[in-house]
Design a protein around this ligand. Sequence first.
Ligand SMILES: *Cc1c(COP(=O)(O)O)cnc(C)c1O
Length: 411
Amino acid sequence: MTVQTQSPTPGSMTGQDHIDMVETYAAHNYHPLPVVIAKAEGVWVEDADGKRYMDMLAAYSAVNFGHNNAEIIDAVKQQLDKVTLTSRAFQNDQLGPMCRELADLCGMEMVLPMNTGAEAVETAIKTARRWGYKVKGVPQGKAKILCCSENFHGRTTTIISFSTDESCRDGFGPFTPGFEIVTYGDLVALESAIDENTVAFLVEPIQGEAGIIIPPDGYLRCARKICTEKNVLFIADEIQSGLGRTGKTLACEHEGVKPDVLILGKALGGGVLPVSAVVSSKEILGVFTPGSHGSTFGGNPLSCAVARKVIEILNRGTFQRAADQLGHHLLNRLTTLQSDKIKQIRGRGLWVGIEFKPEAGKAMDYCKKLMAEGILCKDTHEQTMRLAPPLCITKDEIDWAFDKLAKVING
Ligand SMILES: *Cc1c(COP(=O)(O)O)cnc(C)c1O
């Protein structure tokens, strides 16, 4: 087959050329804003034509510590010159320290490293099922995992099997059995859904994709208690909520809750690489035996070097404090908006959802207007705009962004 190409050469391409090329050659599984980012620093990104924007999405919280973070980039560069990939067939000198440091950061004992968030969720599911059979004594093939309404845990076939969002599932069946949905925030529903074959309750401490949905006070604490009483693993998916975003290292800390199994991803890779992990106890992760699970890239030395730098940064606590203080500042300013277009503003740390009333139009319309003002953010679930800037944002930058937001929302 011969392919005729009239495309411009990469160096001479305009922003529109890039958008056209993506339209032609990349599958249409996303609907991005029409901005082509060519470089970035801190909270700022620059498009192919040199226009600057404030990044208010931070790659869904994968860039918590800022674009091109000097310390993280330096750690990557140093490791690049040593060794990048060994596979787990051999040992490497970054894996052990990374696992120990991550376990310590989380107050846990053991780590199973993977790459993407979805892989870590899959790993947690496998952990819970095996624990159910080998430790709890559930009959083979009967393990049940409870998940929440409006959850988001990734895009694999098994994970979408328990999604309540039809657009994620349409055309992808048949689905994996063994999951049951309970209403998020409803403790009675949780307690009554548990039976003798229930091995785990999988929950986001705050639901990000659903629109920064914060459960009622005490929900996580009581759910934790129910799980303990019924010998069910409490699995917290902190892929988006964790690692500083909400003003604490883990969002579960806001309720003093320690999960049995913790799932991390996104920011663990410092905005450089996909790095994810399941963090838990020796007893629970001890269900894995050689050959029972794995990943070619999981635990590779380059990923581990990045994660170690991220953990070192988190151990200082500065980004958590910034997220807490600046998050309050942002929420305080937003609540002065008093717009009749807004249904609700929710937030914790530097993680805010602005939900618009149906009659005020779609959140996407506001995102487009904000883009014209030099701010990039994205809608989620049609009516909600998510604000999640890199945690290195300053108070002045938040005030600048607030003025633009006020103009777009009131204008
Ligand atoms: C992003 C996300 C995932 C999936 O992570 P990927 O790296 O995209 O596979 C899972 N759970 C939550 C809560 C997320 O926000």
